[in-house]
Write a protein that binds this ligand. Structure first.
Ligand code: GDP
Length: 300
């Protein structure tokens, strides 16, 4: 599957490492558990979740509830699925409803604009009407890039000259989408961290402006993070979530790292669902995130 291909680097180190660990072993001993711990940490599952998993397994081994290495792999699968699933309070994302406004935030270079392009194509294929808002007004290339994606999937792009106010562009787009009855508006936002105006303040302003037009909007606010930045992605997500209440994450470039376990760290630390993962640069390289499929891709 594409998920498996996309996670090939992580699979290469994690799956093979795990296979090596359990190969020929009849029992779960301390050495095996220590090596498993290292393997999980190396895959960027995070110290917290790793410790919990190792403690739970150790406890079960002591109670003789778990003894052979095959059962260990099955148990590990269960723990990982649980760790990467968010308890039910956060509603699922269903793009079929009218007039959904999705703000897409994240620092430059993480793959925000590309993700918006891939999403636009996906929703369009599903028969939804899509509009894009070029809210990353600071970076001229971002506006052009978005316009190209818009042409590709034949969806309207609301843009102003570069240097325009991001909130004003997105304001116009929300109005245009409402008057056209567009199903999904995907709004790109600025991502530069070091300039005069504070990024978090600007995003707060965008939210406020959108919310004034439609009291339920933005319906979703997704932070895009780059998996290749490892634990920095977690720190970044925490920082954003403090200022801009997020409803979900998109983890890009999972194809470029052996540390695919970062998805587990992110879900645990943020308590937010991963909506999509990026596993390549192409249009089709965006998958809705499914905990079971993700763990299967890591372990099978
Ligand atoms: P932005 O600054 O956040 O809008 O980032 P861009 O959308 O311009 O993407 C930055 C670079 O990352 C581009 O070269 C994209 O092709 C690349 N990119 C985005 N998503 C993925 C992904 O899932 N996998 C890989 N390998 N590259 C990606």
């Amino acid at each position: 599957s594409r998920m498996k291909q996309g996670l090939a680097k992580t699979r290469g180190s994690f799956t093979e490492g795990l296979a090596r660990l359990v190969a020929g072993k009849k029992q779960i001993d301390d050495e095996l558990l220590e090596e498993l711990e290292t393997l999980l940490i190396t895959a960027d599952v995070g110290v917290e979740v790793t410790t919990e998993i190792i403690d739970a397994i150790t406890e079960r081994v002591k109670r003789r509830d778990l003894d052979d290495p095959e059962a260990l792999v099955r148990a590990l699968r269960g723990y990982l699925v649980e760790a990467v699933s968010v308890p039910g309070e956060i509603p699922e994302w269903r793009p079929g409803e009218d007039n959904r406004v999705v703000l897409v935030v994240g620092v430059n270079g993480v793959g925000k604009t590309t993700t918006i392009g891939k999403l636009a194509a996906r929703y369009q294929q599903e028969g939804l009407s899509v509009m894009l808002a070029a809210g990353d007004t600071f970076r001229a290339a971002a506006v052009e890039q978005l316009q190209q994606w818009g042409q590709r999937c034949d969806c309207p792009v609301v843009a102003q000259d570069s240097g325009a106010d991001s909130a004003s562009v997105i304001h116009d787009a929300v109005q245009a989408a409402a008057s056209r009855g567009t199903d999904v508006l995907l709004a790109d936002t600025a991502g530069r961290l070091h300039t005069k105006t504070n990024l978090m303040e600007e995003l707060t302003k965008v939210r406020r402006v959108v919310n004034r037009l439609d009291g339920d909007a933005p319906h979703e606010t997704w932070l895009v993070v780059d998996a290749t930045t490892g634990q920095n992605a977690v720190a970044q997500a925490e920082k954003f979530n403090e200022s801009v209440p997020l409803t979900g994450l998109v983890v890009t470039k999972l194809d470029g790292t052996a540390k695919g376990g970062i998805a587990v760290s992110l879900v645990r630390r943020l308590g937010l669902p991963i909506r999509y993962i990026g596993v390549g640069e192409g249009l089709e390289d965006l998958r809705p995130f499914d905990p079971e499929a993700y763990v299967d891709a890591l372990l099978d």
